[in-house]
Design a protein around this ligand. Structure first.
Ligand SMILES: *Cc1c(COP(=O)(O)O)cnc(C)c1O
Ligand code: SF4
Length: 444
């Protein structure tokens, strides 16, 4: 394979390889309105755009995927065109947004729709308050793309064939209760504005949230979370209203000595082009600090080569590689999860590849709400059964949490045992006995 250079950014008219986009000019492709309007919302559009570039068998596989996934389809022309349609089954971008039936695996017996227990730790709707001084605010449920592995598939992206969801879009009426809670809780300094995705908030909503929060004296740090820079960089370059609204909040924060950051979500370097660099150059020239949170996924970024390359390329773009998450135990993702062992080994390889401050922290966000923990900080790990046990002394004192490796990474015999309920119980009891810990959550 040709050695890649992380300082090079593709600038070709890559979308023209897609028959349905062959006539689209660079100006049209650069326009954020065109990108949004032409986003794919239905599987049938894949065939319309690609013509006979993909086989009927593959299209059937995609349709089968749609019946199984908890997420709707939404994909920007930008990302759609970056998929290698000559080998779509192995493509890391296709895997994230267009799941195929043949790659799904049976969910782990202990998967949870709200794996991180965000609803349990929620004092008012749309807000999770788990850590002492930071909170997670979910003002909207829509995104410019839908990731098939979304940790909030129970809420985000509208009802699908397999999941009923309550709200669609931004729910401004419910924001007031969140603001009231934040005003009252003087211990809170840090607000993550996520969702959904901040790219889908209107300029007015960006300002309303930003200024309301900056007006609360004890709040010192805001982060707008968006996958946008990764999958829709055109918005930073051509949606002047949105960009101005964000800068307005950013500069107001600066004036008051408060930080306003952007947190984004690149998973694979194939998402990066010259558009990304131009968008980042614009943000950087304004002084905006951007961090990245990637999810570790099989066949997407689970090789040392890709993870190191991505880390270097993000760093080069002035994006700080902040976290790499071990995959959450949510439905429809078993084929994307990796073992804890793989994550630990990857961490060992990546550390040392570049500046320490640009080395991502590999974390496991504990199922059941224990919070984010360093990937090597478990109390106990049995690679044969795939069980790891964890503590979280500041976030959830006295509690013991578990993470479970995906069954496909275990031996055939162990996989068989996991599928039998009594055996499962025994596997867990054995882990408790060997570790001397007793699990707080009950797994049955
Ligand atoms: C991730 C998360 C945060 C922010 O955590 P950091 O480690 O500071 O990025 C805050 N609240 C909740 C509930 C979270 O899941
Ligand atoms: S962008 Fe984030 S919130 Fe939206 S679907 Fe993807 S993972 Fe979920």
């Amino acid at each position: 394979m040709q050695k890649r250079n992380h300082r090079e950014f593709r600038d070709d008219e890559f979308w023209k390889r897609i028959p349905g986009f062959a006539q689209i000019t660079r100006e049209e492709f650069a326009d954020h309105r065109w990108q949004l309007k032409n986003s794919l919302r239905k599987i049938s559009q894949v065939a319309t755009l690609l013509g006979n570039k993909v086989s009927e068998k593959f299209m059937k596989d995609l349709e089968e995927g749609q019946r199984k996934t908890p997420m709707n389809i939404r994909i920007t022309p930008y990302i759609f065109s970056l998929i290698n349609w000559d080998a779509p089954l192995d493509d890391p971008l296709r895997k994230q947004f267009l799941p195929v039936g043949s790659q799904f695996l049976e969910d782990h017996p202990f998967y949870l729709t709200d794996s991180l227990a965000e609803d349990t730790d929620s004092p008012v709707p749309l807000l999770t308050h788990r850590y002492p001084d930071k909170v997670l605010f979910l003002p909207t449920t829509i995104c410019p793309v839908y990731c098939s592995y979304c940790t909030r598939s129970r809420l985000v992206g509208g009802t699908t064939e397999s999941v009923e969801k309550e709200t669609y879009g931004a729910n401004e009426k419910k924001w007031e209760a969140v603001f009231e809670y934040l005003k009252k809780h003087k211990e809170i300094e840090d607000v993550v504005i996520s969702g959904g995705d901040a790219f889908m908030l209107t300029p007015e909503q960006i300002k309303k949230i930003g200024h309301t929060l900056l007006n609360i004296e004890h709040i010192r740090r805001l982060r707008y979370a968006t996958k946008g820079i990764a999958i829709f960089p055109q918005k930073i370059l051509t949606d002047e209203e949105w960009f101005k609204a964000f800068l307005d909040v950013f500069h107001e924060g600066k004036k008051r000595g408060k930080s306003v950051f952007i947190h984004t979500h690149f998973s694979n370097s194939q998402e990066i082009t010259l558009w990304t660099k131009l968008a980042m150059d614009r943000l950087f020239s304004e002084g905006v600090f951007v961090r990245n949170q990637a999810v570790l996924q099989a066949g997407v970024n689970d090789s040392p080569e890709e993870m190191i390359f991505l880390t270097r390329q993000l760093s080069y773009l002035n994006i700080n590689p902040y976290y790499v998450y071990l995959h959450d135990m949510v439905p429809g993702c078993e084929h994307l999860r990796t073992s804890l062992e793989l994550g630990e080994n990857l961490e060992k390889t990546v550390r040392g590849a570049t500046a320490g401050f640009n080395t991502p922290t590999f974390v496991c966000d504990l199922p059941g709400g224990g919070g984010k923990r360093h990937i090597a900080s478990y109390e106990y790990y049995d690679k044969e059964t795939g069980i790891s046990l964890w503590r979280s002394p500041t976030t959830k004192p006295g509690k013991v949490f578990a993470y479970f490796d995906p069954l496909y990474t275990l031996s055939p015999l162990m996989q068989k045992r996991w599928r039998i309920p009594e055996e499962r119980k025994w596997i867990i009891e054995e882990a408790e006995k060997k570790s001397g810990l007793s699990l707080t959550a009950v797994y049955e």
